[in-house]
Design a protein around this ligand. Structure first.
Ligand code: URA
Length: 237
Protein backbone atom coordinates (compact mmCIF):
# COMPACT_ATOMS: atom_id res chain seq x y z
CA UNK A 1 0.00 0.00 0.00
CA UNK A 2 1.53 3.39 -0.93
CA UNK A 3 2.73 5.72 1.79
CA UNK A 4 1.24 9.17 2.11
CA UNK A 5 2.35 12.41 3.69
CA UNK A 6 1.19 12.75 7.24
CA UNK A 7 -0.52 16.10 6.61
CA UNK A 8 -2.52 14.54 3.75
CA UNK A 9 -3.68 11.69 5.99
CA UNK A 10 -4.83 14.20 8.63
CA UNK A 11 -6.65 16.21 5.99
CA UNK A 12 -8.37 13.13 4.56
CA UNK A 13 -9.52 12.14 8.03
CA UNK A 14 -11.16 15.55 8.33
CA UNK A 15 -8.91 16.81 11.14
CA UNK A 16 -7.82 19.99 9.34
CA UNK A 17 -6.90 21.39 5.96
CA UNK A 18 -3.47 20.27 4.80
CA UNK A 19 -1.95 23.61 5.72
CA UNK A 20 -3.48 23.62 9.20
CA UNK A 21 -2.47 20.00 9.62
CA UNK A 22 1.18 21.08 9.22
CA UNK A 23 0.72 23.45 12.12
CA UNK A 24 -0.78 20.70 14.29
CA UNK A 25 2.16 18.45 13.47
CA UNK A 26 4.61 21.23 14.41
CA UNK A 27 2.80 21.64 17.72
CA UNK A 28 3.50 17.97 18.52
CA UNK A 29 -0.16 16.94 18.55
CA UNK A 30 0.26 14.06 16.14
CA UNK A 31 1.74 10.62 16.77
CA UNK A 32 2.56 7.75 14.46
CA UNK A 33 2.63 4.35 16.17
CA UNK A 34 2.78 6.19 19.48
CA UNK A 35 5.77 8.44 18.60
CA UNK A 36 5.35 12.21 18.39
CA UNK A 37 6.26 13.46 14.91
CA UNK A 38 7.08 17.14 14.49
CA UNK A 39 8.97 17.26 11.20
CA UNK A 40 7.14 17.87 7.93
CA UNK A 41 7.07 15.42 5.06
CA UNK A 42 6.97 12.27 7.17
CA UNK A 43 5.51 9.48 5.03
CA UNK A 44 3.18 6.97 6.60
CA UNK A 45 1.30 3.88 5.46
CA UNK A 46 -2.23 4.54 6.74
CA UNK A 47 -3.18 0.87 6.38
CA UNK A 48 -0.49 -0.51 8.66
CA UNK A 49 0.49 2.42 10.91
CA UNK A 50 -1.63 4.07 13.56
CA UNK A 51 -1.87 7.84 13.30
CA UNK A 52 -3.33 9.64 16.32
CA UNK A 53 -4.29 13.26 16.89
CA UNK A 54 -4.26 14.49 20.49
CA UNK A 55 -4.07 10.87 21.59
CA UNK A 56 -7.06 9.63 19.55
CA UNK A 57 -6.38 7.29 16.63
CA UNK A 58 -7.81 8.41 13.30
CA UNK A 59 -10.29 6.13 11.61
CA UNK A 60 -8.37 4.11 9.10
CA UNK A 61 -9.37 4.50 5.51
CA UNK A 62 -10.59 1.10 4.41
CA UNK A 63 -8.52 -0.59 1.74
CA UNK A 64 -10.52 -0.82 -1.47
CA UNK A 65 -10.91 -4.31 -2.79
CA UNK A 66 -12.31 -5.59 -6.05
CA UNK A 67 -13.17 -9.24 -6.60
CA UNK A 68 -14.40 -11.20 -9.59
CA UNK A 69 -16.48 -14.21 -8.60
CA UNK A 70 -17.75 -16.92 -10.90
CA UNK A 71 -21.18 -17.20 -9.31
CA UNK A 72 -22.72 -20.66 -9.40
CA UNK A 73 -26.41 -21.22 -10.06
CA UNK A 74 -28.47 -21.47 -6.88
CA UNK A 75 -26.99 -18.47 -5.05
CA UNK A 76 -28.57 -15.08 -4.38
CA UNK A 77 -26.58 -11.88 -4.83
CA UNK A 78 -28.19 -10.06 -1.90
CA UNK A 79 -26.27 -9.89 1.37
CA UNK A 80 -28.90 -11.91 3.20
CA UNK A 81 -31.94 -13.83 2.06
CA UNK A 82 -35.18 -14.00 4.03
CA UNK A 83 -35.84 -17.42 2.44
CA UNK A 84 -32.50 -18.75 3.70
CA UNK A 85 -31.05 -19.52 0.27
CA UNK A 86 -27.25 -19.58 -0.17
CA UNK A 87 -25.68 -16.12 -0.55
CA UNK A 88 -22.67 -15.29 -2.72
CA UNK A 89 -20.66 -13.76 0.13
CA UNK A 90 -20.45 -17.22 1.73
CA UNK A 91 -18.12 -18.13 -1.17
CA UNK A 92 -15.59 -15.44 -0.23
CA UNK A 93 -13.52 -17.33 2.29
CA UNK A 94 -10.55 -15.27 3.45
CA UNK A 95 -12.11 -11.87 2.73
CA UNK A 96 -12.68 -9.94 5.93
CA UNK A 97 -13.79 -6.59 4.41
CA UNK A 98 -17.48 -6.12 3.90
CA UNK A 99 -17.93 -6.21 0.13
CA UNK A 100 -21.15 -5.98 -1.83
CA UNK A 101 -22.10 -7.24 -5.29
CA UNK A 102 -22.04 -4.72 -8.13
CA UNK A 103 -25.52 -5.29 -9.53
CA UNK A 104 -27.33 -8.57 -9.39
CA UNK A 105 -27.42 -11.92 -11.07
CA UNK A 106 -30.57 -14.01 -10.80
CA UNK A 107 -30.66 -17.10 -8.61
CA UNK A 108 -30.42 -19.33 -11.70
CA UNK A 109 -27.87 -17.20 -13.58
CA UNK A 110 -24.18 -17.95 -13.24
CA UNK A 111 -20.96 -16.23 -14.18
CA UNK A 112 -19.08 -13.00 -13.62
CA UNK A 113 -20.02 -11.02 -10.54
CA UNK A 114 -17.87 -8.18 -9.24
CA UNK A 115 -17.87 -7.50 -5.51
CA UNK A 116 -16.25 -4.46 -3.93
CA UNK A 117 -16.35 -2.08 -0.99
CA UNK A 118 -15.88 0.90 -3.35
CA UNK A 119 -19.23 2.63 -3.78
CA UNK A 120 -17.98 5.10 -6.39
CA UNK A 121 -16.68 2.29 -8.55
CA UNK A 122 -19.96 0.37 -8.23
CA UNK A 123 -21.89 3.46 -9.29
CA UNK A 124 -19.61 3.85 -12.30
CA UNK A 125 -20.32 0.29 -13.43
CA UNK A 126 -24.05 0.32 -12.83
CA UNK A 127 -25.15 3.70 -14.10
CA UNK A 128 -26.36 3.44 -17.72
CA UNK A 129 -24.82 6.89 -18.33
CA UNK A 130 -21.35 5.30 -18.32
CA UNK A 131 -22.42 2.58 -20.75
CA UNK A 132 -20.33 -0.20 -19.23
CA UNK A 133 -21.18 -3.23 -21.31
CA UNK A 134 -22.08 -6.59 -19.85
CA UNK A 135 -21.96 -9.67 -22.04
CA UNK A 136 -24.01 -12.80 -21.48
CA UNK A 137 -24.09 -16.21 -23.02
CA UNK A 138 -27.69 -17.35 -23.31
CA UNK A 139 -28.94 -20.76 -24.34
CA UNK A 140 -32.48 -20.41 -25.65
CA UNK A 141 -35.13 -22.77 -26.95
CA UNK A 142 -35.41 -22.95 -30.72
CA UNK A 143 -33.54 -20.95 -33.33
CA UNK A 144 -34.24 -17.18 -33.39
CA UNK A 145 -34.62 -15.81 -36.91
CA UNK A 146 -32.49 -12.89 -38.14
CA UNK A 147 -35.58 -10.68 -37.92
CA UNK A 148 -36.03 -11.52 -34.25
CA UNK A 149 -32.37 -11.00 -33.48
CA UNK A 150 -32.64 -7.66 -35.22
CA UNK A 151 -35.41 -6.67 -32.78
CA UNK A 152 -33.01 -7.28 -29.87
CA UNK A 153 -30.30 -5.31 -31.64
CA UNK A 154 -32.59 -2.36 -32.28
CA UNK A 155 -34.08 -2.33 -28.79
CA UNK A 156 -37.57 -3.52 -27.94
CA UNK A 157 -40.28 -2.45 -25.56
CA UNK A 158 -40.10 -4.10 -22.13
CA UNK A 159 -42.63 -3.04 -19.53
CA UNK A 160 -43.33 0.21 -21.34
CA UNK A 161 -39.71 1.23 -21.86
CA UNK A 162 -37.51 0.52 -24.86
CA UNK A 163 -34.25 -1.30 -24.22
CA UNK A 164 -31.02 0.22 -25.47
CA UNK A 165 -29.58 -1.37 -28.63
CA UNK A 166 -27.84 -4.68 -27.95
CA UNK A 167 -25.08 -6.56 -29.76
CA UNK A 168 -26.13 -10.12 -30.50
CA UNK A 169 -24.39 -13.02 -32.21
CA UNK A 170 -25.14 -16.72 -32.59
CA UNK A 171 -22.44 -18.96 -31.09
CA UNK A 172 -23.85 -22.47 -31.56
CA UNK A 173 -26.91 -24.16 -33.02
CA UNK A 174 -28.15 -27.43 -31.51
CA UNK A 175 -31.19 -29.35 -32.78
CA UNK A 176 -33.53 -27.87 -30.14
CA UNK A 177 -31.60 -24.91 -28.75
CA UNK A 178 -29.35 -22.02 -29.76
CA UNK A 179 -26.52 -20.38 -27.81
CA UNK A 180 -26.10 -16.66 -28.35
CA UNK A 181 -23.90 -13.90 -26.98
CA UNK A 182 -25.69 -10.70 -26.07
CA UNK A 183 -24.11 -7.46 -24.88
CA UNK A 184 -26.14 -4.79 -23.11
CA UNK A 185 -25.32 -1.85 -20.87
CA UNK A 186 -28.40 -1.70 -18.71
CA UNK A 187 -29.16 -3.76 -15.65
CA UNK A 188 -32.91 -4.06 -15.51
CA UNK A 189 -34.23 -6.97 -13.50
CA UNK A 190 -34.07 -10.25 -15.48
CA UNK A 191 -33.42 -8.14 -18.55
CA UNK A 192 -31.81 -10.74 -20.80
CA UNK A 193 -34.41 -13.37 -19.98
CA UNK A 194 -37.21 -10.88 -20.65
CA UNK A 195 -35.66 -9.70 -23.93
CA UNK A 196 -35.54 -13.25 -25.26
CA UNK A 197 -39.04 -13.98 -23.94
CA UNK A 198 -40.23 -10.90 -25.84
CA UNK A 199 -39.08 -12.47 -29.11
CA UNK A 200 -40.59 -15.85 -28.19
CA UNK A 201 -37.46 -17.77 -27.14
CA UNK A 202 -37.22 -18.88 -23.54
CA UNK A 203 -33.77 -18.74 -21.91
CA UNK A 204 -32.84 -22.10 -20.42
CA UNK A 205 -29.31 -21.25 -19.26
CA UNK A 206 -27.69 -17.87 -18.70
CA UNK A 207 -24.14 -16.94 -17.83
CA UNK A 208 -22.50 -13.51 -17.65
CA UNK A 209 -19.12 -13.77 -19.34
CA UNK A 210 -17.75 -10.21 -19.33
CA UNK A 211 -17.92 -6.74 -17.83
CA UNK A 212 -16.60 -4.35 -20.46
CA UNK A 213 -13.47 -6.02 -21.88
CA UNK A 214 -12.83 -8.01 -18.69
CA UNK A 215 -13.76 -11.62 -19.38
CA UNK A 216 -14.53 -14.32 -16.88
CA UNK A 217 -12.08 -16.61 -18.66
CA UNK A 218 -11.23 -19.90 -16.98
CA UNK A 219 -12.08 -18.92 -13.40
CA UNK A 220 -13.78 -22.06 -12.03
CA UNK A 221 -17.41 -21.90 -10.86
CA UNK A 222 -17.62 -20.86 -7.21
CA UNK A 223 -14.09 -19.37 -7.19
CA UNK A 224 -13.05 -15.74 -7.04
CA UNK A 225 -9.95 -13.70 -7.73
CA UNK A 226 -8.79 -10.21 -6.87
CA UNK A 227 -8.88 -7.75 -9.73
CA UNK A 228 -5.70 -5.86 -10.58
CA UNK A 229 -5.59 -2.21 -11.67
CA UNK A 230 -5.14 -3.51 -15.23
CA UNK A 231 -8.34 -5.58 -14.89
CA UNK A 232 -10.21 -2.50 -13.66
CA UNK A 233 -8.99 -0.60 -16.71
CA UNK A 234 -10.46 -3.31 -18.94
CA UNK A 235 -13.85 -2.74 -17.32
CA UNK A 236 -14.09 1.03 -17.37
CA UNK A 237 -12.07 2.10 -20.40
N1 URA B 1 -30.34 -10.64 -17.22
C1 URA B 1 -31.09 -11.61 -16.66
O1 URA B 1 -32.14 -11.97 -17.17
N2 URA B 1 -30.62 -12.18 -15.55
C2 URA B 1 -29.46 -11.85 -14.95
O2 URA B 1 -29.11 -12.41 -13.92
C3 URA B 1 -28.72 -10.83 -15.56
C4 URA B 1 -29.17 -10.24 -16.68
Amino acid sequence: MPEERLQKILAKAGIASRRNAEELIRQGKVTVDGKVITEMGCRVDPHTQVVAFEGRPLCREEEKIYLLLNKPKGYVTTLHDPQGRPIVSSLLTGITSRVFPVGRLDFYTEGALILTNDGDFAERILHPRFEIERTYQAEVRGLPTHEKIHLLEEGLELEGKKTWPAKVSIIAKEPATTTLEITIHEGRKRQVRKMFEAIGHRVIALRRIAYGRLRLGTLPTGQYRRLTPADLELIIS
